[in-house]
Ligand binder design. Structure first.
Ligand SMILES: Cc1cc2nc3c(=O)[nH]c(=O)nc-3n(C[C@H](O)[C@H](O)[C@H](O)COP(=O)(O)OP(=O)(O)OC[C@H]3O[C@@H](n4cnc5c(N)ncnc54)[C@H](O)[C@@H]3O)c2cc1C
Length: 624
């Protein structure tokens, strides 16, 4: 066996059994060509940056250079640790400290030394000030290469956003620079054993001390990257309740609780009373330390206003939701790349329409229609999902930096509507892709040697954390759409219809546009119908919400694919040396509209049948 750390075969200085470079672990090649398509042909990143203040120097050459460098880091440093992390997992040592899998620490050092954590952080904290949309492809590459590893720097981003938006000047001075540089990492501590979805039940206590700081007491469950050996300090962002606060969500406040209390000069001070009680044994993402954290009168600093903690935490949660949507895309991409390679290679049976490999003993399985269905589904989810999430990131740029108030308002409307969809839909389709990727390998996908079962296990968490699919669906339909009497839907449907109007001249995609207009009308009508039904029976919302969010996702992905086909036709007309690439875009759009988008018909049906089929059965009848 070859050990990456000892850099030699068989004898390993770390006494570990790294099985790298064996045939079969997942491989990852950054899909730079497709990223460029989305950024150049579809979303015109260069033009987008020129319209934003302070980013007009971000030209195509610079974008390509950044993508090129980060792809090398993802492919060469992080991807080889994906199987290592899965097999070795994290360990809790006798002294209570947590050790990450072999190689994780060294990779993190390289990441920090190269300045990657600071790329899209504000210059005032030592960041490079690039917009959010430039961080997205980098996070995608690193996350697809190794999701567990990427969660360590990933959670820091949410912590930075939260402190930057709600923290005091003193807190920013203390915590931002070390987080931005990557010397310290962040976590998000919400969940407790008795409360995950319903944070109003949380019990962790915060009591004010004489010096104005707080003493935090309680246990937080399932804290991702909760303790580890990668960075010199960990900044926990913690929800807790003051003694005089009201019950429920209105009585929750937000605190910074560092693992080591920083000195005035930013040096690492004494150990705070926050310790890892246990590491979770979990189905996947073994390389990430999911911790039970005990806070025993730990020193904490109040962020923002008392009792406004949940509102403040939404900054973190919204960022994390987009990040989790990205995880869905990552698993689709990894499944697609690996299953594509395998299906071109694996010989089984003959094509129904006559041999395609007459000199061989059988045809490669990619000739079979059902295998193509599985491959194209993964491709459509990965590439369409990329277009969707990169678009959302451009709206994030506009929202945070544009001088144009009207553009900021539209960006806010679109982003707020799309965030639960991206989180729920891309993770559900990511899990579907991971399963299809495994299925393409037949029985060989079920055994660990090819890495496909790891991809399924790793992807499974994405529909659960950061609010389950069910909760995202309630957020979209209950809070955002019906909570505003349908107003939240208006900018999005206007955006879709506007796209269809503007694209009318492109006759090749007219059938797609007709379908999108028809579905958008149904979307509006259905929303009204559910709204009226909900006036009579509130369960009408919960009965329709998951179907509604999936319907919304399929429709928006349809827009992404229609836009991709439009861009590809335009490039073919202009003349290109990459005809095959652009034809594949058009063919994938055709596949999406013919074979995937019709799922909306079934969703429309199931949404229309109301809550009765779910709610009439008494609880004690379930057993019969
Ligand atoms: C590996 C891992 C990492 C995690 N990382 C973090 C982290 O870093 N920080 C953190 O704070 N937490 C983290 N979590 C916790 C995670 O966010 C929660 O598990 C998740 O929010 C769900 O909460 P729960 O497990 O308590 O499930 P519950 O809230 O008990 O939900 C159980 C089921 O009931 C459904 N349900 C609940 N209420 C409703 C409702 N009103 N309507 C419809 N359906 C409902 C849910 O959709 C779900 O299907 C992590 C969890 C795991 C497993």
């Amino acid at each position: 066996m070859y050990c990456i750390l000892a850099d030699e075969w068989y004898s390993c200085a770390y006494n570990c059994t790294l099985k790298l470079e064996r045939p079969g672990m997942t491989t990852y090649k950054a899909p730079l060509r497709d990223m460029q398509f989305v950024m150049q042909d579809l979303l015109y990143f260069e033009k987008h940056y020129q319209a934003l203040p302070d980013n007009d120097e971000l030209n195509q050459e610079l974008i390509d250079a950044i993508l090129g460098e980060s792809s090398k880091f993802a492919e060469e440093v992080v991807a080889p640790l994906n199987t290592v992390g899965d097999e070795a997992g994290c360990q809790m040592l006798e002294d209570g400290e947590v050790k990450t899998p072999p190689g994780f620490k060294e990779a993190y050092e390289q990441y920090v030394d190269a300045g990657w954590p600071a790329l899209d952080q504000p210059a005032k904290y030592g960041g490079q000030g690039l917009p959010m949309s430039m961080g997205m492809p980098i996070r995608e590459m690193i996350g697809t290469a190794n999701w567990s590893w990427s969660m360590y720097p990933g959670l820091s981003h949410g912590a930075m956003e939260t402190i930057d938006e709600h923290g005091s000047e003193e807190q920013k001075a203390m915590f931002m620079e070390p987080l931005v540089s990557g010397r310290w990492t962040g976590t998000m501590c919400l969940t407790e054993a008795h409360c995950g979805t319903d944070l109003g039940l949380l019990k962790s206590k915060a009591e004010q001390a004489a010096d104005g700081t707080y003493r935090i007491t309680g246990s937080k469950l399932f804290v991702s990257s909760g303790d580890h050996d990668l960075a010199e300090n960990i900044v926990h962002i913690v929800l807790a309740r003051l003694p005089e606060s009201p019950p429920g969500t209105k009585g929750i406040s937000l605190f910074i609780v560092p693992k080591f209390i920083p000195g005035e000069d930013g040096s690492i001070g004494e150990r705070n009373n926050v310790t890892c009680g246990a590491l979770e044994n979990k189905m996947g993402i073994h390389g990430n330390s999911t911790c039970l954290l005990n806070f025993d009168g730990a020193t904490g600093y109040l962020v923002g206003e008392v009792n406004k903690g949940l509102n403040h935490m939404f900054t973190f949660m919204n960022f994390a939701r987009l990040g989790t949507g990205l995880q869905g895309l990552a698993h689709s991409e990894l499944a697609f790349q690996n299953s594509l390679a395998y299906t071109k290679d694996r010989l089984q049976m003959r094509s129904l329409s006559g041999p395609k490999n007459p000199d061989g003993p059988a045809d490669p399985i990619i000739v079979h229609p059902d295998v193509r269905r599985m491959l194209l589904t993964q491709k459509a989810f990965a590439e369409g999902g990329r277009a969707l999430i990169y678009f959302a990131s451009t709206q994030g740029d506009i929202l945070t930096t544009s001088d144009d108030a009207e553009a900021r308002k539209l960006a806010n409307d679109l982003l707020s509507f799309m965030t639960p969809i991206i989180k729920a839909f891309l993770t559900e389709t990511g899990f579907e892709s991971a399963n299809l990727g495994l299925q393409c390998f037949g029985g060989h996908g079920y055994v660990s040697e090819w890495g496909m079962e790891q991809n399924v296990r790793d992807s499974r968490i994405s529909t659960l954390y950061e609010g389950t699919t069910g909760i995202q669906a309630l957020d979209l339909l209950g809070r955002k759409v019906l909570g505003t009497r349908g107003k939240a839907l208006v900018p999005v449907t206007a955006f879709v219809l506007d796209f269809c109007r503007q694209s009318r001249g492109r006759k090749e995609i007219r059938p797609y546009l007709k379908t999108l207009v028809r579905l958008t009308k149904k979307w509006k009508a259905l929303t009204r119908k559910i709204g009226f039904a909900a006036m009579r029976n509130r369960d009408a919302v919960g009965a329709a919400s998951v179907d509604y969010i999936m319907f919304s996702g399929y429709l928006l992905l349809g827009v992404a694919w229609a836009a991709s086909a439009r861009a590809a036709h335009r490039r073919l007309e202009q003349g290109t040396t990459e005809e095959a690439f652009y034809r594949a875009k058009i063919q994938t759009a055709e596949f999406y509209f013919a074979k995937i988008l019709p799922r909306t018909t079934s969703l429309l049906e199931t949404m229309s049948t109301g809550p009765d089929p779910l709610m009439t059965m008494e609880e004690d009848q379930f057993l019969f």
